[in-house]
Design a protein around this ligand. Structure first.
Ligand code: ATP
Ligand code: MG
Length: 234
């Protein structure tokens, strides 16, 4: 579904990600772990076409998409839920969700209604708050808005950058359960960045370790759980 080869990304005159190699197969949940500043968000943003200074190969659904705009990637079914959420505070929850739908290039009312109903089923809190301004919601609820908006875009591959940051521990489990449901029920593929390593491992098929802008290792959750030497790589 996604394959990234010899990928370099960063900011004007700040190279960050260097020679990254990673792939996500159809229906896989893949986690990317690394310390603060390792370059996880930069890698995701670079793949999603948000950053200017990138080079290397990115293939999505068998098409070469390196350098493609975020807009065209979303139309192809790649959607990022960024670490900094980007909820529109003065718009209502429903309006925020609609922005996700429009960003996917869809305009058919029936498809909007279908996606909205499914999304509100996954995230019932958004149904309760749909007429409230997003800026009046708690931080955790705004995270749900950000995830909901991504789902309205009809993703095939979801890039989830720390979806559970700042959430109560029981809600972290809810988010991980949601990730699994989206894979089972919607056939989504997921690339996940998550600081709650244990909970992310429990739902992941494969894992990459990132350090200093490089992907330094690929492992299965089992290998990572039982190999002391892998943890020492950090
Ligand atoms: N807008 C920016 N301009 C310049 N440098 C940046 C910018 N954003 C991030 N960086 C730098 O890029 C490096 C990697 O940051 P990045 O946000 O990708 O790390 P991360 O692995 O996502 O960390 P965290 O776990 O804290 O989210 C850091 O050294 C950071 O200072
Ligand atoms: Mg980050």
């Amino acid at each position: 579904m996604l394959s990234v080869h010899d990928f370099h990304a960063g900011y004007p005159s700040v190279p960050v990600v260097s020679g990254a190699e990673l792939r996500v197969e159809r229906g896989e949940i893949v986690s990317l772990f690394g310390h603060n500043g390792a370059g996880k968000s930069t890698l995701m943003k670079g793949v999603f076409g948000v950053l200017g200074d990138c080079r290397g190969e990115v293939r999505f659904n068998d098409a070469a998409v390196a350098g493609a705009s975020t807009r065209s990637l979303m139309r192809r079914g790649m959607v990022l839920v960024p670490q900094e959420r980007g909820v529109f505070p003065s718009l209502t929850v429903a309006e925020n969700l609609r922005m996700g739908f429009w960003a996917s290039g869809e305009s058919a009312r029936a498809e909007y209604d279908r996606r909205l109903a499914r999304t509100l089923g996954y995230l019932p809190i958004l149904d309760e708050r749909k007429d409230d301004r997003a800026g009046e919601l708690s931080g955790g609820q705004q995270q749900m808005v950000s995830i909901g908006r991504a789902l309205l875009a009809g993703p095939k591959l979801l890039l989830l950058d720390e979806p559970s940051t700042g959430l109560a521990p029981n809600l972290v489990d809810d988010i991980m359960a949601l990730v699994t449901r989206l894979r089972e029920e919607e056939g989504l593929s997921v690339l996940l960045v998550e600081q709650n390593v244990g909970q992310a491992l429990a739902v992941s098929d494969r894992v990459y370790l990132m350090k200093g802008g490089r992907i330094i290792h690929e492992a299965t959750p089992d290998q990572l759980t039982w190999s002391r030497s892998l943890w020492d790589l950090f």
